[in-house]
Design a protein around this ligand. Structure first.
Ligand code: CAO
Length: 436
């Protein structure tokens, strides 16, 4: 077993330099000239390649250390072809690659590059698992830095430089192609890199396992992240649904005869349709590219369905034109098919507004996220009996339903937000309003 020490070569720098990156780990099988570490002085950054090929058996430096010419970087168990007789050592020395510092000017230039997020949407493809580690690819520190800043996994980038070296143009080209694919709808999960958090190695804290995210999960996460960029405000209110619940319970026999489960969601859908008609500024989408407000003259409302496969959001069309039984029946059918994964894509499209009802589960309030390009969403929490002071100066037990209306503040102003929940409260506390 031939173990050789790989040293920091003569870099032309007298003093110590910072180790800013360690590109291999103990146990890695490396090739000759593969980058081991990246050193940085106040003038330049340079990658230090290995002078031998083999297996790394020990590593003497870590990120944050300081190193100078002659310091041992690693011990490598050299492969058979890399024998250590003196002649070959001399040959190896002669072949030691020239260390070319990346000029500070170039690094500054790199730093001046606007992040891709400012140029176009950032993209990452999540569907494949890289076989190589990023450390094993051939790329200079400036390119690695550029890739890191743009959340690009270098193992996915095609190299066009000499000896399969990845150039900055290759990374730029990769980003462009990913943007193109994302715009063509070829990538699910595109856009995650915006605000992405660099993950630590969780194994250092304890046992972990990982499972691949489902397409539903990825799509939901992507939509949520995109929607979170909207400036949105949540308006809280409570509706007195004491009378509504009495009425609903009285309908139990009729409901049984019809084979329909009548739950609060049907009334909520109807009340929201009423409010969308009364306050049409909530029934719009913003077309900012063309500076248009698109007013919808139909009232299609989506409702979130919790399923073991993730969140599905089917849409009930023309809610304003339908009666409570029809709405309740459709709701039941769509929710059942969502849980069986049998919804058609068209049944999840075209909504003007969404309801997210967590009332059957619990909670006093929450802040739902607007489902763009819709401009508002109603969150519903668990109804509870509370003492309410009435106009006659008496405390009365009332069943109060918590409402959380989140709206896109670019489309709707705060006063209208309060008007919407207040109107909903009136309608839900006295269904006769719906007749007016
Ligand atoms: N307060 C108190 N009780 C409520 C309630 C509320 N706000 N809403 C429903 N309930 C009651 C119902 O009346 C029913 O009780 P009864 O059988 O005694 O009448 C019970 O809770 C179960 O209701 P349900 O869940 O079967 O029916 P639903 O029509 O209210 O809800 C659906 C349907 C599809 C909205 C719901 O099943 C669901 O999936 N909710 C989760 C939505 C979700 O995940 N949102 C988060 C999205 S991310 O923001």
């Amino acid at each position: 077993m031939n173990i050789e020490e790989v040293l920091v070569p003569d870099t032309g720098n007298d003093g110590e330099m910072d180790v800013i990156e360690v590109a291999v780990s103990i146990g890695d099988v490396i090739e000759k000239e593969q980058t081991l570490i990246v050193l940085e002085s106040d003038k330049a950054t340079m990658e230090i390649p290995s002078s031998v090929a083999g297996k790394v058996v020990s590593f003497k430096l870590k990120s944050g250390d300081r190193a100078k010419s002659g310091d041992v970087i690693a011990e490598v168990e050299v492969t058979a072809s890399e024998t250590t007789n003196e002649v070959q050592q001399e040959k190896a020395k002669a072949e030691t690659p020239v260390i070319e510092p990346i000029k500070t000017a170039q690094r500054e230039n790199d730093a001046k590059q606007p992040p891709v997020s400012e140029q176009k949407n950032e993209t990452i493809e999540h569907s494949q698992t890289p076989e190589l580690s990023a450390a094993a690819v051939h790329a200079g520190p400036a390119v690695r830095k550029f890739a890191r800043e743009h959340a690009v996994d270098l193992t996915r980038v095609r190299a066009s430089g000499p000896r399969a070296r990845i150039l900055q143009e290759d990374v730029t080209q990769y980003i462009k192609s990913q943007i193109q694919r994302a715009q063509n709808g070829q990538i699910i999960g595109a856009g995650f890199s915006h605000g992405a958090v660099a993950l630590p190695d969780f194994k250092q804290f304890g046992e972990i396992s990982a499972q691949t995210m489902t397409k539903v999960h990825l799509k939901t996460a992507e939509n949520m992240q995109r929607s979170c960029q909207i400036p949105q405000v949540t308006q809280f209110d409570e509706a007195d649904i004491t009378a509504l619940e009495e009425f609903r319970k009285k309908q139990k026999n009729v409901a049984d005869q019809k084979g329909i489960k009548l739950t609060p969601i049907a009334f909520l859908l109807k009340a929201c349709a009423y409010a969308l008609k009364a306050l049409p500024q909530f029934n719009v989408s913003l077309d900012l590219a063309n500076q248009h407000i698109i007013q919808k003259h139909y009232v299609h409302i989506a409702f979130a369905v919790d399923t073991p496969y993730g969140l599905f959001v089917p849409v009930i069309r023309d809610v304003d034109k339908k009666g409570i039984w029809e709405i309740a029946g459709e709701c039941q059918d769509l929710a059942a098919r969502a849980r069986d994964k049998k919804l058609l894509p068209a049944e999840m499209q075209g909504a003007c507004f969404t309801i997210s009802s967590l009332g059957a589960i619990g909670g006093t309030s929450f802040t739902p996220i607007v489902n763009a390009p819709e401009v508002a969403i109603l969150g519903v929490s668990k109804a509870q009996i509370k003492p309410v002071y009435n106009a006659q100066g008496e405390w009365q037990p009332k069943l109060m339903l918590p409402l959380s209306l989140t709206y896109d503040h670019r489309a709707v102003n705060g006063a209208d937000g309060a008007r919407f929940t207040s109107l909903l409260g009136n309608v839900l506390s006295d269904l006769r309003e719906l007749l007016l």
